[in-house]
Design a protein around this ligand. Sequence first.
Ligand code: GTP
Ligand code: MG
Length: 609
Amino acid sequence: MAHRDDLRNVAIVAHVDHGKTTLVDAMLWQTGAFRANQEVATRVMDSSDLEREKGITILAKNTAVRYGDVTINILDTPGHADFGGEVERSLFMADGVALLVDASEGPLPQTRFVLSKALSHGLPVVLVVNKVDRPDARVAEVVDEVYALFIELDADESQIEFPIVYCNAKAGQASLDPNVPGVDLKPLFDVLLEYIPPPVYDEAHPMQALVTNLDASPYLGRLALCRVHHGTIRKGEQVAWCRADGTIERARVSELFLTQALDRVPADEAGPGDLIAVAGLPEVTIGDTLADINDPRPLSVLSVDEPSMSVTIGTNTSPLAGRDGSKLTARMLFARLEQELVGNVSLRVLPTERPDTWEVQGRGELQLAILVETMRREGFELTVGRPQVVIREIDGKRHEPVERLMIDVPEEHIGAITQLLASRKGRLQDVANHSHGWARMTYLVPTRGLIGIRTQLMTETRGTAILHQIFEGWEPWQGVIKTRTNGSLVADRSGITTTFALMSLQERGQLLVGPGEDVYEGAVIGEHQRADDLDVNPTKEKKLTNIRSSTADELVRLDAYRALSLDEALELVNEDECVEVTPTRVRVRKVELSQTGRVRNARRERVKA
Ligand SMILES: Nc1nc2c(ncn2[C@@H]2O[C@H](COP(=O)(O)OP(=O)(O)OP(=O)(O)O)[C@@H](O)[C@H]2O)c(=O)[nH]1
Ligand SMILES: [Mg+2]
């Protein structure tokens, strides 16, 4: 076998916020990707609007830097569990990984996930302990925890002998000695060159390139992002396009690009190990192989984990539909969902009983919320159902997804957490004290039990709890879990909310709308203090009289209402509720809007039970 000594492909993987994108910034700067006076945004790889707003990476992206005579392709991956599909796909392009671990937080659930995936791909690991500058860094302990994690995941001996680099990604410093602060990233680059193997290929093997991602260019249409495994692919040449369904077609490579820093640069050819973008195949999808036209050999189709959460997404059916958005029809909605599927292998779209509604399955609430958020910004008006877990039949039995949950809390809250998790069928796996007065509790909990848990945990622990969760596996259905204890305050007519009406309603619970807002029968305007729903009139006007009342208006103040973000609305909705999403508004509403209809449904439910 031959190898490309001038090339390395390394994926940077870690739990969310451990500093991957920041490290890539420093790697770009120190390899001269930018001019000294160039204006470059921090975390430049997080280039989409949503990524910048939320401060997290959503899509995996690659960049390339030159270090000496070697080109290093760096794959920056998202750390949030919901985007695990992106990480899995990136590993198909890499020959090794840099596993980042925060020097204070240590390994967390997503660290475990990405490491287990890297190990199952047989990829060598370089451990990067990052944020060593944190005042609460506990470097030695964290390294021990990583060793323990390797052992737990059944790593073999060669995998466990990983090199360790200590980093301050923000300052762009790396060191091989935990007690000596670094100067620049040279030690990291040197370790990567030494431990990440160069791409290996067979000189006699016909050309083979695997499509692992897609992108679009306004001029060239769809771009297939591939890793070349063997042979050489050339611009202008015919290739065999091997599709996932087994068919093979001819196609022409009309354009070919390699990556340099943040740019795609045209190239005439690319060889084994190169990460390329190819134009000329308008219908190519992830998992396809581009191969030698005379000897096509498809690579095995890449598989990623199955989705575990779902929501229904339909057209907006509320009485206020059409006021805000430009994309309203079921046809537009379906076309948009299909387009999303092409670029996102971890999503599924299924039909429902209604012709204007689809079930979208994904990895988690955030992934689904991001999709809805993206669509509303494009002008869609939507009705989004309550997030549900995906149920699977395994050996004839109903199974549901189970999540691994890690909670960091001050010790005095251990009792509250224990109670809360018990009510949601959590099984305690481990309690560890990792720094003064703080405990890290690990649970396995049915995913169902986690819906809406964040808000409740924050209240119980006065905002101190930090939680991390990740899909663990499938388990037999665990019976009824009750998650939300509050009913809703529901508008009983349409109109415009008034300060006068809201003032008296605020005693009944937390309001979700302010004065002067449009409501309709069936719109949820607040959380009821009690468990049942209450139909109320939020549009009542004050009777005008000539007599000034003794309690002056200014004395009674309207408390702040809680304006819901999309994520919060999706956490909050009860079983018979859904969320109306338009480019400017997020409203919670009843699925059945009419009061009489709801009463009838409730009676029917009672009869069934
Ligand atoms: N103190 C300190 N902060 C750091 C360091 N590296 C990154 N950070 C900070 O950590 C936060 C998260 O950094 P990101 O680079 O976005 O982390 P990430 O791993 O790319 O996050 P995701 O892509 O969302 O998983 C930012 O506020 C960084 O400024 C470091 O070495 N020291
Ligand atoms: Mg990132």
